[in-house]
Design a binder for this molecule. Sequence first.
Ligand SMILES: [Mg+2]
Length: 326
Amino acid sequence: MDRARGAYLGLAAGDALGATVEFMTPREIESRHGRHADIVGGGWLRLKRGRVTDDTEMSLALGHAILESGGVVDAEAAARAFSDWMRTKPVDIGHTVRRGIVRFRTQGVVEGPVHAFEAGNGAAMRVLPVALATLGGDPAEIARAIRAQAHVTHNNPLSDAGCDCIVAMVQDALGNGTPPAGLLDHARDLTARFPEFAWAGRPRDNPSGFIVETLQAVFQAMETGGDAGAILVEVVNRGGDADTTGAIAGMIVGASAGVAGLPVRWLRRLDRSVVRACAAQAEALVALSPAGVLSDPAVAGGRSIAGRPRRLSGFRQVQGPTTSTS
Ligand SMILES: [Mg+2]
């Protein structure tokens, strides 16, 4: 549970940290901020200090929909949650995300055809609630759940493979406390199937929203061997799509380190309502997951009398998405 909260708070912290330097080059970041290592707001979105962006907000919207469905990841519920979120006039929204939501609104489509231009990082940045809700689950169901939410806006094999890798890393970290360097085994599995993700060589500076560049920057930062805070500082100082590299690296290293492994000064700066929503969702999603249900002492032998996994109550109390202005 602590590592699950760490994953969600790591996502929010990385998002808020990176948003300040989104679309900047490493050189521009250095001349303006030195080494950017604090949550200070600003950036091209002129954010209030501690505010998060679409990465965290869409995760909370998706997580809320999963909880309302009793722990099941349903494409239509996800699409409706994204549509409701867009109605809140978010501070930022990606082009591919907007197009997918509009397609759902106008045509009811929750899965478009495979599309070469949908290899952005928009499905990966919000995949954390799926990792939490399917923890300990059957691999085929995990893969289905990942695609159900992703394909609402992004139907592309590279995006799918990236999401699979992130979920594998997060779940390995949640279950085993594997350190970031050890989690890179999952990245090696990814590059065995999709060699374009290989991350050795020159630093991936200015990573774009292309899932390949985004994950290369994340993998390189994880390879530095630093602690969770150092890895997030490293990845956002590469600039580019820094809020999303920060968010994705944050959910992975937060899952590994737990809440106590994240810099306290970041957690203090984060918007209070975001902190509450992230922590509450993390707990509720894991409680409903196969791992959470089986470890519940109230479930004799991991099964209810009827022989079916028992659902835990109480998730309805969790509100989301909640941010300071949306
Ligand atoms: Mg963002």
